[in-house]
Design a protein around this ligand. Structure first.
Ligand SMILES: Nc1ncnc2c1ncn2[C@@H]1O[C@H](COP(=O)(O)OP(=O)(O)OP(=O)(O)O)[C@@H](O)[C@H]1O
Length: 327
């Protein structure tokens, strides 16, 4: 099933502001107890991107998302969603934004289907004549059709998560803001949600999703913003961060000083020696040139490899802590 396409203004009519689906300036939240949960962040989510808002638990992702949607009042800073300022333009903007935030308000005694009927009925912009079709399609998209008539209170966490997504998908959305959308899902459900996100992006929606899983970002995101103790410590297209992971040549030899001399002669940067191990940033030099130079210089080589640091190492450098790379 294909996602309904989202209508956008023609590119010739787009302003610079249209290029960002979410933009914040100095967005800050200090809770009453004094806790600085979000510390002056400047988010820039390009229109059409799948933006992974990555950070460990407690780093401020949920608070940021709640501020974006107007559920929590910022202490300082401003933000825009789509082409509107928040909160001034909330009434015009929020119907074009689908959201999945922690603890969506569903009635426990109603079935998933009836909960969606209720939500659809209160949407004044939705045509009641096509309600059943919309609800059926939304349930289908998240794989919840077989459990549609079951009461919400009997749903597993994964099913609740899917119903939240179905509610966000009752109509085509220009922007989807999803807080940990795969939380509580089994591996199959996780795969389905990731595929769904990719389909929604392909049909024209911008997606901002929070996650503590680096693998999730690597699999489905085009851009990433990294949170660490309330601060946005990095923000870039994923491809740019990947290209920043420069390959290093690593050599094992019983004549490390000679290997160092060879690598320096090749003008390689960042040459390091640690016992029998010698390494350097490879830059643009083909690795076989290094092999040939070592042979030419008569350096005995017991081990040789080119290592490319992965994204996790890049993020650990940025935040000083690891990420859950499973999933
Ligand atoms: N209502 C609140 N009152 C006081 N402090 C809060 C409140 N909500 C969140 N915090 C604190 O703000 C910080 C950021 O929390 P937040 O939930 O935004 O992080 P998160 O990155 O979304 O983490 P998680 O994935 O665990 O939800 C945490 O230290 C949290 O304890």
């Amino acid at each position: 099933m294909t996602a309904p396409a989202v209508e956008r203004r023609p590119q010739s009519e787009q302003t610079e502001e249209d290029a960002l689906a979410v933009a914040t300036a100095g967005l800050t939240k200090r809770f009453r107890g004094g806790q600085l949960a979000v510390d002056g962040i400047d988010l820039a989510v390009p229109t059409g991107s799948v933006y992974g808002f990555l950070g460990p638990n407690g780093s401020g992702k949920t608070t940021t998302i709640r501020m974006l949607l107007g559920l929590v009042q910022p202490t300082a800073g401003t933000h825009r969603l789509l082409d509107g300022r928040m909160p001034e333009d909330a009434a015009a903007v929020l119907p074009r934004v689908g959201a999945l935030v922690e603890g969506p308000a569903f009635y426990p005694h109603l079935s998933g289907l009836d909960n969606l009927r209720r939500l659809d009925a209160v949407d004044r912009t939705a045509d009641p004549a096509t309600s059943a079709e919309r609800i059926g399609a939304a349930l289908d998209r998240v794989g919840l059709t077989p459990a549609g008539k079951k009461r919400y209170r009997a749903y597993s966490l994964g099913m609740r998560q899917r119903l939240g997504l179905a509610a966000a998908l009752l109509r085509p959305r220009e922007l989807l803001i999803l807080d940990e959308p795969t939380n509580g899902l089994d591996p199959q459900g996780t795969r389905e949600v990731r595929t769904l996100v990719a389909e929604l992006a392909a049909s024209g929606s911008t997606v901002l999703l929070s996650t503590h899983l680096l693998a999730e970002v690597e699999q489905i995101c085009t851009h990433v913003g990294v949170m660490h103790v309330g601060r946005l410590v990095a923000q870039a297209p994923l491809a740019e961060l990947r290209s920043a992971t420069e390959p290093r040549v690593e050599i094992e030899t019983d004549r490390p000083a000679d290997a160092v001399a060879t690598l320096c002669r090749l003008a390689l940067c960042d040459v390091l020696a640690d016992g029998r191990r010698v390494s350097a940033a490879l830059g643009d030099l083909p690795s076989d040139r290094v092999v040939a130079a070592l042979v030419y210089d008569g350096v005995p080589v017991q081990g040789f490899r080119v290592a490319v640091p992965d994204l996790e190492e890049v993020f650990v450098d940025l935040t000083g802590e690891g990420f859950d790379v499973s999933g």
